[in-house]
Write a protein that binds this ligand. Structure first.
Ligand code: MG
Length: 254
């Protein structure tokens, strides 16, 4: 599949898909409290998506058995919602969500600290967001894909955190995962030239320890190999003639 450039009409739909997903993240946040299971969060979140007239795009994606990917602490991504996984005080919780609005996909992830967490955990969340923003400084027409990857990698390296290399960001549109693949570390080539109308899901996954990850026996949940904490921050963005537009974050971010 080649990288798609969206028309004005498609961009409008992508924008709406993004704004609705931002709302779901905001509305779900108050429910992330000690004692709630990740299955319950998934149920509440799915109801929110459906009440907006949208469809959760993660549900049944390659067989994934949930509408949200919910991870705690050393779980990196693709955590399966479960009655047995109960949010505890001090947890780092990652909510990765996506929806389909009139055939167009959005995808965004947030990491939250539940109650008191060690300063290094707060720093990890902060730096992971910083890596995203460092990357999208280069998400401009005329720049190349590797400019984004390099900037994300440099930001994580500066703080001596581990960059997850086995998972990447991606193009997004009428499919959840489109070309290009967007690594969070420098590549050999420059990568594709960025054009206005490209929509990308940029998603640094950063570990407090090393960047190596492993897959659990459920074939989905990715965890840090060394058991260290992991954070994830993702938004769907649009390349324009000027500044990138963050479709899943309408609040001021500069
Ligand atoms: Mg994604």
């Amino acid at each position: 599949m080649s990288v798609t450039v969206k028309s004005e009409h498609e961009i409008e739909l992508m924008r709406e898909a993004g704004h609705l997903l931002e709302k779901v993240h905001e509305d779900l946040y108050p429910y992330i409290k000690p004692g709630v299971s990740t299955k319950e969060l998934d149920r509440i979140g799915e109801e929110m998506i459906r009440s907006l007239g949208c469809t959760p795009n993660f549900l049944n994606y390659e067989g994934f058995p949930g509408s949200f990917c919910i991870c705690r602490n050393d779980e990196v991504v693709h955590g399966i919602p479960s009655e047995k996984k109960i949010i505890q005080e001090g947890d780092l919780v990652k909510i990765d969500a996506g929806l389909i609005y009139k055939g167009y996909h959005s995808d965004a992830a947030r990491t939250y600290a539940v109650g008191e967490v060690p300063e290094e955990a707060r720093k990890l969340i902060r730096v992971t967001e910083e890596c995203f923003f460092a990357g999208i400084r280069y998400a401009r027409a005329g720049k190349h894909l590797n400019d984004i990857s390099k900037a994300i990698g440099a930001c994580a390296a500066k703080h001596r955190f581990g960059i997850v290399r086995d998972l990447t960001g991606h193009g997004i549109g009428t499919h959840l995962h489109e070309d290009p693949v967007i690594p969070n570390y420098p590549q050999k080539g420059r990568g594709i030239k960025l054009l206005p109308g490209m929509t990308l899901a940029i998603e640094p996954m950063i570990n407090l320890g090393r960047g190596d990850v492993a897959w659990l026996d459920d074939d989905w949940t990715v965890v840090t190999m060394d058991g260290s904490l992991s954070a994830h921050y993702e938004n769907t963005i649009l390349i324009t003639d000027g500044e990138p537009e963050i479709l899943t974050l309408t609040k001021p971010w500069k």
